[in-house]
Structure formats: C-alpha cells, structure tokens
Design a protein around this ligand. Structure first.
Ligand code: ADP
Ligand code: MG
Length: 161
C-alpha cells in the first residue's frame, strides 16, 4: 500500500497518507487507527459523501471492540450512535445538523464529559471547543474504488508489534 509521511524539519510528524482500494482495506486501516487511540479523543472525519467516513468508522469501532463491523451503520438520520467497550464510543454524523442549537440537542456535550472516544463525520461543519486530543482524518475519492486517507494527530509509524 503506497504511503507518504509528511514531516516537519525537526522530525515531527504532520500527517500520514494512505491509498486504499476497497472497503475492506479502508476497514483494515480503521482497525490500525483504533489500535492507537485512547480515550479521551476526538476523531474528526472530513470528506465528501461516499468518501468512506462510515466505512472507516466500522474499522475503528470494531477495532476498539465496541461493536461488530456489521453493526456499525451510518448515523445520518439518528445522528449519534453509542457503543460500549471498556469506555464509551460515540459516532456522530453532522451532515444534517444545521444549527448550533441542533448540535447541542445531540448530547455530544455529555459525551465530552465522559472521557470517551468520539468519532464525528462531517466534522468540518462545526468548530469544536474542547481541549481533548484530536485526530483529524480526511478522506478523498482518488478514482474508482481508490480513496486517499490522510491522518494527522496520530503516529501510525513505529509499530512495536
Ligand atoms: P461516507 O460516510 O464518507 O459518506 P461511506 O463509507 O458511507 O462514505 O461510503 C463509501 C462507499 O464507497 C461505500 O459504498 C463503499 O462500498 C464504497 N467504497 C469503494 N471503495 C472504497 C474504499 N476504498 N474505501 C471505502 N469505501 C469504498
Ligand atoms: Mg457516512
């Protein structure tokens, strides 16, 4: 799998870029990301419709052991799904959330008081005020079934295993 790592001159990692070629590869990438996450953390997903945000989330949530892959579905209408492993995992989709008032009614504030793992699709629609660490993941169509996935805020290198 081609991979590029963007570094600053002093060796600090800015972002890691991957190309996946199928749902399965994107889910696998999600599992890899999950292995590096610890609560509390905001996982902010951006990218167009069909870019693979929900597919990647299947990998993250199942990788965390919080739900089976097939039980992770798009929260487009229900807006927030909640899963439980050792701690809580929230999965929200802000595509249809129009106003700050609507956002408040989702109860994400509660999530942010729980030291949870909070995964947010269409996170670019709002600015989040939180001092939690954040992992930003941008997904893009890269022709056919190819998707470019850019991860920042997480060191996916140095796999000890
Ligand atoms: P989003 O949540 O960003 O709107 P979804 O994950 O719901 O996107 O949908 C992605 C769609 O693209 C699915 O129909 C999936 O089968 C398809 N797809 C094809 N190739 C890939 C890939 N490499 N990664 C993720 N999804 C892919
Ligand atoms: Mg989605």
């Amino acid at each position: 799998m081609p991979k590029n790592v963007l570094m600053t001159r002093d060796g600090k990692m800015l972002a890691t870029e991957f190309i996946t070629h199928s749902d399965e590869e994107t889910i696998e990438k999600g599992r890899e990301i999950a292995a590096k996450l610890s609560a509390p953390v905001l996982v902010l997903l951006t990218g167009d419709l069909g870019a693979g945000k929900t597919t990647l989330t299947k990998g993250i949530v199942s990788g965390l052991g919080a739900a089976r892959e097939e039980d992770v579905t798009s929260p487009t209408f229900t807006l927030v799904h909640q899963y439980q492993n050792h701690g809580k995992v929230y999965h929200a989709d802000l595509y249809r959330v129009e106003t700050f008032h609507d956002l408040e009614s989702l109860g994400l504030e509660d999530a942010l008081s729980e030291k949870a793992i909070v995964i947010i699709e269409w996170s670019e629609r709002f600015t989040f005020r939180s001092d939690w660490p954040r992992v930003e993941i941008h997904l893009e169509h890269a022709g056919g079934d190819a998707r470019r996935i850019t991860v920042s805020g997480l060191n996916l290198e140095n796999n000890a295993e």
